[in-house]
Design a protein around this ligand. Structure first.
Ligand code: CDP
Ligand code: CDP
Length: 221
């Protein structure tokens, strides 16, 4: 097991993935993107022609879900069945259905087992794990637990900045809809007891990375 686990949760566009990955890089630690596993399973279902609203059919795919992820922040990748799908899992068609599979309890239990195994096998001194329920379900005993937030406006603006103006509006709507669906399953908008809130609304990327590193340093030897 990694000596130090840093658990980071938050809504879409709060900066979880990019900030956690950069902080892990600077610490020389591993980085685990749990959302990538949900996205990869959603991609796998689409690839196999499985109806993502059919919970039984989705759970059946979990049995042959041959998933691997790069936890070295310098060599991040996502593969299913040996096929690299690192970029494919970010496509809007995957974002549109990922919440369907994430609300299936058996999927959450199965993926949480996978996350705990990946954390246990990590050879580095620490790991930053980010998602929606890491501080509360996956690693509630982690020495460092952070809820990364940002106003809805800031989160939409960040996502839009990554896209063309044409798709920005559609993406903003999809992001709000996904957060609403996900919130019914896991509460990632309010910090659980003992979890430190880091509000990045008025922080740029570098300031957010430094703020996360400050929290890590304050809570670890
Ligand atoms: O990057 P973004 O915040 O848009 O999403 P993500 O972290 O890639 O997660 C994709 C989806 O996976 C979320 O919308 C949730 O439905 C699901 N997820 C989850 O349920 N629990 C997690 N720990 C991580 C992701
Ligand atoms: O993983 P999550 O959906 O929470 O967000 P992300 O994909 O890591 O971040 C979305 C975008 O916001 C990225 O392009 C980040 O570089 C950017 N960002 C920012 O502009 N300012 C911050 N304080 C944090 C992230």
């Amino acid at each position: 097991m990694s000596d130090i686990i840093v658990a980071v949760d938050g809504p879409a566009g709060s900066g979880k993935s990019s900030v956690s990955k950069e902080a892990a890089l600077r610490l020389g630690w591993a980085y685990l993107d749990t959302g990538a596993a949900y996205r990869a399973l959603a991609w796998h279902c689409l690839d196999e022609g499985v109806d993502t609203e059919d919970a039984d059919a989705v759970v059946a795919r979990l049995a042959d879900f041959d998933y691997s992820i790069g936890m070295d922040p310098q060599h991040y990748f996502v593969r299913v069945g040996g096929e690299e799908i690192t970029r494919d899992i970010r496509e809007p068609r995957v974002s549109a259905v990922v919440s369907h599979i994430a609300r299936v309890p058996e999927v959450r239990v199965g993926l949480n087992d996978l996350f705990r195994r990946l954390m246990a096998e990590n050879p580095k001194d620490g790991v930053i794990v980010e998602g929606r329920d890491i501080t509360t379900v996956v690693a509630p005993d982690a020495p460092v637990r952070v809820l990364l937030t940002a106003s809805a406006e800031a989160r939409m603006a960040r996502r839009s900045a990554e896209l063309s103006a044409v798709s920005a509006e559609a993406t903003a709507q999809q992001l709000a809809s996904r957060d609403a669906q996900d919130s019914r399953v896991v509460d990632f908008m309010n910090a659980a007891e003992g979890v430190t809130t880091l509000d990045s609304t008025d922080l740029d990327f570098e300031q957010t990375v430094l703020a996360l590193l400050d929290i890590v340093h304050a809570r670890t030897p």
